[in-house]
Design a protein around this ligand. Structure first.
Ligand code: PLP
Length: 477
């Protein structure tokens, strides 16, 4: 493909993308295809001679779209949102054109330097303590990880390195293996499955602690667990607090957990994957109270801040624990300016990394903080609107406090009623939701996900819920 063809193809694709997104409301949210649907639609092997781009574009609608779950449909309410905006899509085109691999400063200085500054911009937007910001001149700084799962694992590895350094000094007779076998970390029973995985991947014991009646981890619970483990001769070293849990969007009590972690020299990582974006609005920052006690903090602009996947931003007060822990420095990766700017390869698991800061830059400049705040507030007010509709129908109940854009609700009575209700709703394809279960209580989760969702879409969603409930309950009589 030469440049004139590229221009034609790309312009057509931009039209296709804009039409797709602007008319997404008309598509069924969930596809109806069966596993294996795609193979018969395309040839068995790659073409010997080049196809025409016009044919490829035509096949997108024929082959791909029938099997797409439309995450940006205004009535996609499953999981949590994944971000999508025109500025971020355009930034990804530019990133694809530059196509650098920014593992070190010299590998593409703009890639590293824009990332450092964007993490400062974002950190200031959330009012993070200055210890996390590179611009404060201290040790702290931020990095873009691919996902929150990687951030949790990387933080755990940093915590492990810090604990090893400390205990090697305190107990010179113990081998590294003996120290590691005594390490114990903590999280809540409501934290994301990626936290448990980080424990498995990091080869350490991670305890899952009970939450209170509002599904929050409390300081006293953590304190008791740490004391118990100290008495058993173990070494508490890492804790993950969640701000906005996946099941019900509960907020662990950071203000209580932080002092406990600091007292026992336990690395505190804060996972705010979904809800973190809301902290750009000052009225939600009360939920961040205690953040100054944390060692690392992470949220996903790729969830709720209009920056397309992948963009998971992480701040550390002392990244040296990672940089030193992962520092493998072969000659071919060395450069003369080493130490003067971050070499982000030391802050992450892979070597390669894309120019992801571009999409933060484009989104922040082309929306401005005010429009991003308005977007978050709109989603939250839409969630409260749905909450009111549910509360107005006494066959239903709300199962968790609605704080952000997530509403957890169920039909009163046996779980099986809500299970059957969700099956019916998803089968009709107008709306898509996923369930969760806490303490054996099954419920439906309505997450406001799309930037296209309006109150009218919520009326349609509620109609779907109500009509399916009418039919279900009539059959049960
Ligand atoms: N943490 C929380 C609280 C989440 O809700 C999620 C995903 O929804 C994750 C972590 C994992 O996110 P990622 O896909 O970025 O690893």
């Amino acid at each position: 493909m030469d440049a004139p063809q590229f221009k034609e193809f790309a312009k057509e694709m931009v039209d296709y993308v804009a039409n797709y997104l602007e008319n997404i409301r008309d598509r069924r949210v969930l596809p109806t295809v069966e596993p294996g649907y795609l193979r018969p639609l395309i040839p068995d092997s790659a073409p010997q001679k080049a196809d025409k781009w016009e044919d490829v574009l035509a096949d997108v609608e024929k082959v791909i779209m029938p099997g797409v779950t439309h995450w940006h449909s205004p009535r996609f309410h499953a999981y949590f949102p994944t971000a999508n905006s025109y500025p971020a899509i355009v930034a990804d085109i530019l990133s694809g054109a530059i196509a650098c691999i920014g593992f070190s400063w010299i590998a593409s200085p703009a890639c590293t330097e824009l990332e450092v500054v964007m993490l400062d911009w974002l950190g200031k937007m959330l009012d993070l303590p200055k210890e996390f910001l590179a611009c404060s001149g201290g040790t702290g700084g931020g990095v873009i990880q691919g996902t929150a799962s990687e951030a949790t694992l990387v933080a755990l590895l940093g915590a492990k390195a810090r604990a090893l350094a400390k205990f090697r000094k305190e107990f010179p007779d113990l081998s590294d293996f003996e120290i590691v076998s005594k390490l114990v970390g903590y999280t809540s029973a409501q934290s994301h499955s990626s936290v448990e995985r980080a424990g498995l991947l990091g080869g350490i014991k991670l305890r899952s602690l009970p939450v209170d009646e509002d599904y929050k981890l409390r300081g006293e619970t953590l304190e008791n667990a740490i004391k118990e483990d100290l008495e058993a001769g173990l070494i508490p070293f890492y804790a993950v607090a969640t701000l906005g849990t996946t099941s019900s969007c509960a907020f662990d009590r950071l203000d209580e957990i932080g002092p406990v972690c600091n007292e026992h020299k336990v690395w505190l990582h804060v996972d705010a994957a979904y809800a973190g974006s809301a902290f750009i609005c000052p009225e939600f920052r009360y939920l961040l109270k205690g953040i100054e006690r944390a060692d690392s903090f992470n949220f996903n602009p790729h969830k709720w801040m209009l920056v397309n996947f992948d963009c998971s931003t992480m701040w550390l007060k002392d990244p040296a624990w990672l940089v030193d822990a992962f520092n493998v420095d072969p000659l071919y990766l060395k450069h003369d300016q080493q130490g003067a700017a971050p070499d982000y390869r030391h802050w992450q698991i892979p070597l390669g990394r894309r120019f992801r800061a571009l999409k933060i830059w484009f989104v922040l400049r082309l929306y401005g903080i005010e429009n991003l705040q308005a977007f978050i507030r709109k989603h939250i007010s839409i969630a409260h609107y749905f909450e009111e509709l549910v509360r107005g129908d006494d066959r239903f109940e709300i199962t968790a406090e609605v704080i952000m854009g997530l509403v957890c609700f169920r039909l009163k009575g046996e779980n099986v009623l809500s299970e059957q209700l969700l099956k019916r709703i998803n089968a009709r394809g107008v709306v898509h939701m996923v369930p969760s279960k806490i303490n054996d209580i099954y419920f439906l989760r309505l997450a406001v996900c799309s930037r296209f969702t309006e109150q009218g879409d919520i009326d349609i969603t509620w109609k779907e819920v109500r009509e399916n409930a009418d039919l279900l309950l009539a059959e049960k009589k």
